[in-house]
Design a protein around this ligand. Structure first.
Ligand SMILES: Cc1cc2nc3c(=O)[nH]c(=O)nc-3n(C[C@H](O)[C@H](O)[C@H](O)COP(=O)(O)OP(=O)(O)OC[C@H]3O[C@@H](n4cnc5c(N)ncnc54)[C@H](O)[C@@H]3O)c2cc1C
Length: 378
């Protein structure tokens, strides 16, 4: 792999960085404290292409490469974990199945709105009260064909963006055996109930909801791809999502490191700044090294995806390393801040809480290890 970003990727990184410095980072604390996603930022995000990262230009998307998509999420993560998670879920979970497997009809109908942000974000509902890591064994939500319609009944958990989404793509059983399908349901369909946002430890401005379906009817053509292939589509979608969550984690860690460096150079005790102590220097050096390693792992997995090579193992490794790394780096950033790091006056406290999710969402660390070990042992 050529580790140098190309000219276009460098320009894209700079453009997104300049955008988030002005429009996202200054609001990160407020987003966390109010536990509210800033909807007013969506139109401008749509304009600069952050809402159509995987969407081809013909449907209004950005049509950029996978490394550039990862860069965008990394920059958003650097600015605000909550905002980054909502945008990552929109691109990587809500839009991706439609882009990769949806019919021409569904793409034309829903993707232009999704990439402009004019109808809100999008959501993917896999998890249920009894189904997280084990979606195959646990999913109970069912869709039954009735003439030209699907009738859906069941309950989903932790649907990121549901309350601010135009549609939710749902993993459902489409017969009594192990046949799963993805069905797109517009959020204004009668029979859907979106519960208030879950109260969370971090990423508080990224709303996640329980969603229940009671005799919800959608047209038969709202099936995404082919009936019975939902599980395969889901696993492929999660492979891409892992790159995104890893990139977000690199951004969070980078932001925490920058805060730690600034603080270490200012804080004076024992007649020196704490940056003069080797214990502090080593924490900073380890953080910078691990961030660099994680970033390269993410870019490599993204590049493999871009050129159409298998990348499941690399995506799982990159997600595992980047998310656990981010937790360590944010933890040490608090340590470097001493007591002030534990105060919500300083952003490292929020970053640590935001980073904590990343080893859980879109496949826990244990599931990533399972995926990686399967490659080793098969
Ligand atoms: C903020 C947030 C946002 C989310 N957004 C979405 C979303 O948009 N859409 C969506 O569908 N889901 C979403 N999720 C759900 C998330 O993907 C699941 O929480 C996650 O996959 C873990 O599932 P679970 O919570 O049911 O845990 P479980 O599967 O019950 O796991 C519990 C523990 O057991 C471990 N474990 C499970 N299986 C194994 C095994 N075979 N070997 C070893 N250990 C194992 C797990 O690693 C974990 O430590 C979100 C969750 C959160 C917290």
């Amino acid at each position: 792999m050529d580790f140098e970003l190309n000219q276009e990727q460098k320009m894209w990184k700079e453009a997104v960085h300049n955008f988030v410095i002005k429009e996202v980072k200054p609001y990160a604390q407020e987003v966390d404290q109010k536990a509210e996603f800033r909807l007013d930022v969506l139109p401008i995000m749509g304009q600069i292409g952050l809402l159509g990262l995987n969407i081809p230009e013909e449907y209004g998307g950005t049509g950029i490469d996978v490394v550039s998509s990862a860069i965008a999420i990394e920059e958003l993560g650097w600015a605000c974990g909550s905002t980054a998670l909502a945008i990552s879920a929109h691109n990587g979970l809500g839009c991706a199945p439609l882009v990769n497997f949806g019919s021409e009809y569904l793409k034309e109908k829903y993707l232009p709105q999704a990439s402009s942000g004019e109808a809100g974000l999008t959501s993917l509902a896999l998890t249920e009260p009894g189904a997280g890591s084990d979606i195959k064994g646990g999913v109970r939500t069912k869709a039954v064909k009735d003439g030209d319609e699907w009738i859906i009944n069941g309950s989903k958990m932790w649907c990121t963006n549901a309350s601010i989404a135009n549609f939710i793509i749902n993993l459902v059983r489409t017969d009594d055996q192990d046949s799963f399908s993805l069905i797109l349901v517009p959020t204004d369909t009668p029979g859907i109930r979106i519960a208030p946002a879950e109260k969370k430890m971090g990423v508080k401005g990224s709303p996640a909801h329980e969603v229940t379906y009671e005799n919800v009817r959608v047209p038969a053509d709202h099936l995404v791809g082919e009936e019975g292939k939902g599980l395969r589509y889901t696993l492929a979608t999660l492979d891409g999502g892992r790159i995104s969550i890893g990139a977000l984690s690199v951004g969070l860690a980078q932001a925490a490191l920058e805060e730690a460096v600034t603080y270490a150079k200012q804080r004076e005790i024992f007649g020196k700044t704490i940056s003069d102590f080797q214990a502090i220097q080593w924490m900073l050096a380890d953080a910078a090294t691990e961030i660099h390693a994680a970033r390269l792992m993410i870019y490599q997995a993204a590049w493999l995806k871009e050129i159409g090579k298998p990348y499941s193992k690399q995506a799982a490794m990159a997600k595992l390393f980047a998310t656990e790394m981010a937790e360590r780096v944010c933890r040490n950033a608090i340590q470097i801040h001493g007591g002030y790091g534990y105060s919500s006056e300083y952003p490292v406290e929020r970053m640590y809480r935001d980073a904590r999710l990343m080893t859980i969402g879109e496949g826990t660390s244990e599931i990533q290890r399972l995926v990686i070990s399967r490659f080793l042992l098969s």
